[in-house]
Design a protein around this ligand. Sequence first.
Ligand code: ATP
Ligand code: MG
Length: 185
Amino acid sequence: RPLSLTRLVNQAVDEHRAAAEARHLSVVTELDRHLPVHGDPMRLRQVLDNLLSNAIKYTPDGGTVTVTAGCDGESTGNGACRKGDGRKGDGRKGDGRKGDGRKGTVVLTVADTGIGIPAEQYPRLFDRFFRASTAVDSGIKGTGLGLAITKSIVEAHGGGIVAAPREGGGTVFTVRLPVDPSAPH
Ligand code: ATP
Ligand code: MG
């Protein structure tokens, strides 16, 4: 049975709202209504919790955390993430996956206006125990395990995760997950 990523994101954001408010951070969501993914809801919640807790932790008071979730490629009228019909065999644009052009991709982003990560440190970000100098220099505590765990969960679900600098400062994490293959259009 497909899970709703939209529902998981809303639940996760609700649980982090108090922590964000305590830091005077705004949390903004832009979510498509129906994003069916496949997998373990507890593990996917862990992904969301890790990314949200990082965004809150590494963003100075008064900043903004923006969470988006949508469909890469075609969306149906009701916002669902559509599988192509597979008849054209044209490898629809934006699909980003080799081989099966019938499966769409759900894209989740968590962006913040926080302290950021030095450019040369991005390659090590998902390594166990790695902590960026911006975090260490800010005196913010952590063990450096959250992102390594997050990446392994995302990959176990057939997806991927990348980090990049946010335009205007801060960081954006992008998670891609395959659309549940059993989900109706
Ligand atoms: P924990 O294991 O408790 O989550 P942590 O937050 O230090 O500790 P990770 O979540 O794995 O560990 O993150 C690794 C490092 O990546 C952090 O120490 C920090 O330097 C950097 N980082 C992660 N998320 C962000 C972010 N949103 N903004 C800036 N730096 C970040
Ligand atoms: Mg963390």
